[in-house]
Design a protein around this ligand. Structure first.
Ligand code: ADP
Length: 262
């Protein structure tokens, strides 16, 4: 199913979580970005259009200012994201420049999606950029987003962006191969669900513990993202962003993941 979804989609939103973008030392994984850019450039040559939702400002910030690693103060955390956002975009920019592709930065907050005029402007800007062969890279604007007005996680932001742009497919890259019947990090015998057709039965089929449990973040926001996009007929794939040449592997069926069919 996953190869079919990728081959049929013309407009694809890819989302990368922070863990996926970081290497083992907690710094931005430039090799991963380069490999992804290479595969994306090939997709674009075949006529596909791409938007990226990228977390990782904090990771990138710590790569630059590691002496801030232990600062928990909210102002420092937001300041760190402001520093890191630049580094993050430099990293993406470099990865795509190798293929002659330009990128554009779009920073959004929850209120942007609540205001019809702003949404219209965002939509028009996205269409213009993509029409010109530029890849918009979206992130939450952490500098202005305090807890009360936050979208909160980039799974939701990615789903909202996919809906806004009328995408054909949303792909969430995380640090697991897909949705399992229980948390694979706690249970080695957890089984991957390769297809989800009915989100309403998931609560009975899935259990998870720990901080990333169902309903408390982690996998829950991914399922919410699938629900959000399904409402607009947009399917979603959840896959491991760190697998070798993951995009090509998913497209050829040699890498597994979970397909949420709208
Ligand atoms: P990201 O940073 O990529 O958005 P998160 O860490 O927020 O990812 O969420 C992914 C994590 O959710 C996985 O690493 C896994 O430990 C956890 N998880 C909990 N329950 C499940 C489940 N049933 N299936 C898959 N992953 C699960």
């Amino acid at each position: 199913m996953i190869p079919k979804l990728i081959s049929e989609a013309r407009k694809i939103v890819f989302k990368f979580g922070s863990n996926t973008l970081a290497d083992e030392g907690g710094r931005i994984n430039h090799a991963l970005l380069a490999e992804f850019a290479d595969q994306t450039a090939a997709l674009m040559q075949r006529g596909k259009r791409v938007i990226i939702v990228s977390s990782g400002a904090q990771v990138a910030g710590l790569s630059t200012l590691d002496r801030w690693a232990r600062k928990q103060d909210i102002h420092y955390r937001q300041a760190l994201c402001a520093v890191g956002q630049v580094e993050l975009m430099i990293a993406w920019g470099r990865a795509f420049a190798a293929h002659g592709i330009h990128i554009a930065q779009i920073l959004l907050t929850r209120s942007d999606f609540d205001d019809p005029l702003r949404t219209l402007n965002m939509r028009n800007t996205l269409f213009t950029l993509v029409d010109e062969g530029i890849i918009p890279i979206i992130n939450e604007n952490d500098t202005v987003s305090v807890e009360e007005i936050k979208i909160g996680d980039n799974d939701t932001l990615a789903a909202q962006s996919a809906v806004l742009w009328s995408a054909d497919l949303l792909v969430l890259f995380s640090d697991i191969d897909g949705l399992y019947d229980k948390n694979p990090k706690e249970y080695p015998d957890a089984e991957l669900l390769s297809e989800v057709r009915d989100l309403s039965v998931l609560k009975d089929r899935i259990t998870a513990g720990g901080t990333n449990s169902f309903g408390t973040g982690g996998i829950a926001t991914k399922i919410d993202a699938a629900r959000r996009t399904a409402g607009y007929g947009i399917p979603m794939i959840l896959a491991h962003g760190g697998r070798p040449r993951v995009l090509e592997a998913l497209a050829s069926g040699t890498q597994r993941g979970t397909a949420f069919l709208a």
